[in-house]
Ligand binder design. Sequence first.
Ligand code: UD1
Length: 441
Amino acid sequence: MEKIIIKGGQPLRGKVAVEGSKNAVLPLQAAAILAVQGTVTLNNVPPVTDVKVMDRLLGFLNLKTAYGEKQRQLVLNASFPLSSEAPYDYVNQMRASLLVMGPLLARTGHVRIALPGGCSIGARPIDLHLAGLEKLGAEIKQDAGFIEASCEHLVGTRIPLDFPSVGATENIMMAATMAAGITTIENASCEPEIIELGNLLNKMGAHVHGAGSKVIRIQGVYYLHGAEYTVIPDRIEAGTWMLASAVTNGDVIVQGTVPEHNASLIAKLEEMGVTIIKQADGLRVLGTSVLIPANVKTMPYPGFPTDLQPQMTVLQLLANGTSTMEEHVFEKRFIHLEELRRMNAKFQISGSVAILDGPTRFSGAEVTASDLRAGASLVLAGLAADGITQIRNPQCLDRGYYHFYQKLRALGAKIDRLNIEDKFKITPDQQPRQNKGQEKE
Ligand code: UD1
């Protein structure tokens, strides 16, 4: 069994470089489906598992792709007849597989995609994606765990979103690029990743206006072609390094980040007593031994990102008094707190609010990462803890962080990732015998 092992108590020091944004790249990969002619070349593409899963899905759909890990360059060619079915294996591994829906529908007039199953960060319905595509003229059917959408042609229209869903905004944007007339997405998501998608689509020949604002207008065109684009740095990776410096009372320079993309995090860190200095070589984050409690609410951009919520709660638990974390984007995104309880954290959860009682003296324990950002929060707690922390399921960190523990080690952390034989594993013949008719848990 693979585990991350951390000996805590070491302040991090040095410089760390941020990779390209995973959440920006995934929709850009999907957008390549729209290019009937030429290749789409993406630069600064991080070698993380989610990007590889999307790459395999696109290969399944008959795109030809080539990735140079050293150059961080991905070249995609969609000028072949495409398949329009995305099987459960891909969608089950990664919800962002849904992003092929809009472009496949626009390109081929048909898409059949497996419904994503449950997710460890709460219910994640896709009603907004489907309602948007339906408004553009798609006929939608659900059958045997699949969603099927088809259309003769798409027609632009007004699409007000009930919630500024990132994925729904992206799917509708991509579908609308080739719809007849004008599509207006209202209450659109404003994340920097949406601006990235708008930029690439425009380079491919689309007419997208207002990406990054609440209202996006898209004038449909007949066809899209290849283009080259360099992806922004990953603001969630950058934020994770900033928090890693803060929880260890360290002094880390985060390189290649865009500070404005982390404005809400920077404001909270400063409120808590952390010093942030914008330098020529990056953002310097200086921790403090006297952390001030702070109340945080996750919100769609430019609010505090839900993808930094688990990591932020570790810092709040270290602060000198009670802090609150309100989760307004996903339900059930406090699973990591139950693991942190094993490391001595004291808190209460009431609906979407976690009341966090600091200051915590984290003590090392064996814990399990339930998802990518929960995993990052456990690593941060391990770095701040007394003694040894062992984290099971470290593979989920590979979904969004490249060389996570190696980069931490370069900053001075005592951390390793090992394949450890599980001495206490229960083999099938050691399982307690079940009485006939007894329910399994
Ligand atoms: C994206 C990010 C993810 C981030 C999230 C919120 C990618 C690949 N992933 O995910 O890392 O945590 O934004 O910033 O970019 N919802 C509905 N109906 C829908 C769609 C969404 O009710 O049709 C709800 C979800 O259940 C959730 C909320 O809206 O509660 C936000 O989801 P959304 O913005 O769509 O997130 P994703 O695009 O899945």
